[in-house]
Design a protein around this ligand. Structure first.
Ligand code: SF4
Length: 74
């Protein structure tokens, strides 16, 4: 197994409007839960580019990326 990118992903559920854009872009990393809010599944299973794209495309900027405690996005 190759070494992972180590990116940590968090979702602000208060901001999430459940439109599923992140799930469409990075389906291994995100799912919609029973409340129709995005939940983080397995970010290591997604390419870094997909995580970044999901965060950028989220209409409410509800997705936060970090690595080693340092913010990557926003
Ligand atoms: S793209 Fe943003 S608003 Fe849409 S489901 Fe994902 S986190 Fe929620």
């Amino acid at each position: 197994m190759s070494e992972g990118h180590g990116i940590e992903v968090a979702v602000d559920r208060a901001l999430c409007i459940g439109n599923g854009v992140c799930v469409a872009i990075a389906p291994c990393a995100f799912t919609l839960d029973a409340d129709m809010k995005a939940a983080v599944v397995d970010p290591e299973a997604e390419a870094e580019a997909n995580l970044l794209a999901a965060a950028e495309e989220c209409p409410t900027q509800a997705i936060y990326l970090s690595a080693g405690g340092k913010p990557l996005y926003p």
